[in-house]
Design a protein around this ligand. Structure first.
Ligand code: AMP
Ligand code: GLY
Length: 424
């Protein structure tokens, strides 16, 4: 079996590792990969163009392509691969619109009766200003299209919202896009990812991620500064309840509409006093949730991916997870998330204990072969242990051994889980 993983972040490195554990002993390829992935899989530079990736996969005779990031999914990479006869794991472009358009996602949620924040669609600046005059504050404004996690602006006052409206409609910071005005929800967030085969939904372990750059959720949003799994209080019954109210109605509606969802359906949820409500749907594995979830997966990921391609293929599948806790700490480069630095030498990777999983995100090799920073989020350090405290100590113990210029790291990842488990 030859399997190509598309992408080059920590999520893709975790996917490569999980696939490598498969009984099928697949030969692993990646494009573009990063310094860590390319030490464990054969990397091929195929660029980000859909046609070029399809050519590379077909030339290599791949038996499966696993697509990590959302952009190629929304652009139709899976459709193009399957049309060339290359089996691919992930949703079609039509199904991936669930992430690619927030207006579309809201309309599917309304039709399927899935709980989410109340909203209005704003198509012009005038329409937006009219709505803002009557909206309750805080209010949330979101670009309709993909914005790499940056298209959400939370506004405390009407004045702030009017500024945001100018960023969307005058400055066109996120291109020519419609905007969703959304009710502000309060509570704790939960990421619940599930594998789907167009009909069935198989829950993966719950996770929480940390989006802000600084401790205690201060500073700007990032792609994610850490995660942990599982989440105290979310046993199998509670998870199934959420899957029944959120994932299954959407998957059933998409099947009926002729756009069945195959791949990972990721629900970003706010746990409100009135029950869980959907903040967003993603059509792929989460980053950095995957770095904490997949090391705990005992079931063969390759078998699950192959089964998810077939309509109804997951009917009898199970996804079993180790009892261990996993805590992932992200090491980011200086300036992130505003800017990113490149070329700083990373030291200490060889000192990390063997039972800690370091996955690479923004790394590359310089001319001398040294591993250097090459992006905002640089490395993910995942500690495993019998308690959240042990997993957290393992992650931070190892993270402290890794050094590079301007390294940024949150120090409070999974603190909440440690406290909850201690209190229970
Ligand atoms: P999204 O990309 O839609 O998940 O939004 C990014 C982040 O913005 C979420 O993880 C939340 O922290 C926050 N957010 C999004 N929508 C809302 C909302 N309706 N109420 C409160 N916070 C929100
Ligand atoms: N962890 C957030 C995301 O993957 O979108």
């Amino acid at each position: 079996m030859r399997v190509l993983v598309v992408g080059g972040g920590g999520r893709e490195h975790a996917i490569v590792r999980a696939l490598a554990r498969s009984d099928a002993k697949p030969e692993l390829l990646s494009t573009p990969g990063n310094a860590g992935i390319c030490a464990e899989a054969r990397c091929r530079e195929a660029g980000s163009d859909v046609a070029a990736i399809v050519d590379a996969a077909a030339t290599e005779g791949c038996d499966l392509v696993v697509v990590g990031p959302e952009a190629p999914l929304v652009e139709g990479l899976v459709d193009a691969l399957e049309a060339r006869g290359v089996p691919a794991f992930g949703p079609s472009a039509a199904a991936a619109r669930l992430e690619g358009s927030k207006v579309h996602a809201k309309s599917l949620m309304a039709e399927a009766g899935v709980p989410t924040a109340g909203h209005a669609v704003l198509r012009t600046r005038e329409e937006a200003l009219e709505h803002l005059a009557h909206a309750p504050y805080p209010a949330v404004l979101k670009a309709d299209g993909l914005a790499a996690g940056k298209g959400v602006i939370i506004c405390s006052t009407e004045a702030e919202a009017r500024e945001a409206v100018d960023a969307f409609f005058v400055e066109r910071r996120f291109g020519a896009t419609e905007v969703v005005l959304e009710e502000y929800l309060e509570g704790e967030e939960l990421s619940l990812l599930a594998l789907c085969d167009g009909e069935n939904v198989l829950a993966l372990a719950p996770a929480q991620d940390y989006k802000r750059i600084q401790d205690r959720d201060r500073g700007p949003n990032t792609g994610g500064m850490g995660s942990y799994s599982p989440v105290p209080g979310f046993d199998a019954d509670r998870i199934e309840e959420i899957i029944d109210t959120v994932h299954r109605p959407i998957v059933e509606l998409m099947r009926r509409r002729g756009t069945p969802f195959h791949g990972v359906l990721y629900a970003g949820l706010m746990l409100t006093p009135g029950g869980p409500k959907v903040l967003e749907f993603n059509c792929r594995f989460g980053d950095p949730e995957t770095q904490a979830v997949l090391p705990r997966l005992k079931t063969d990921l390759l078998e699950l991916c192959l089964a998810a391609r077939e309509p109804g293929g997951l009917a009898d599948a199970r996804a079993d997870f180790a009892d261990a806790w996993a805590v992932t700490v992200v090491l980011a480069s200086a300036g992130y998330p505003v800017s990113l630095s490149k070329g700083d030498v990373i030291r200490g990777l060889d000192r990390v204990p063997g039972d800690v999983e370091v996955t690479h995100a923004g790394t590359s090799r310089d001319a001398s072969g040294a591993i250097v920073t090459a992006g905002g989020r640089v490395l993910n350090v995942t500690g495993l242990g019998p308690t959240p405290g042990a997993a957290r100590a393992a992650a931070y113990g190892a993270a402290e051994l890794i050094e590079f210029e301007g390294r940024q790291m949150r120090t409070d990842i999974a603190e909440r889980a440690v406290e909850r488990v201690a209190a229970a």
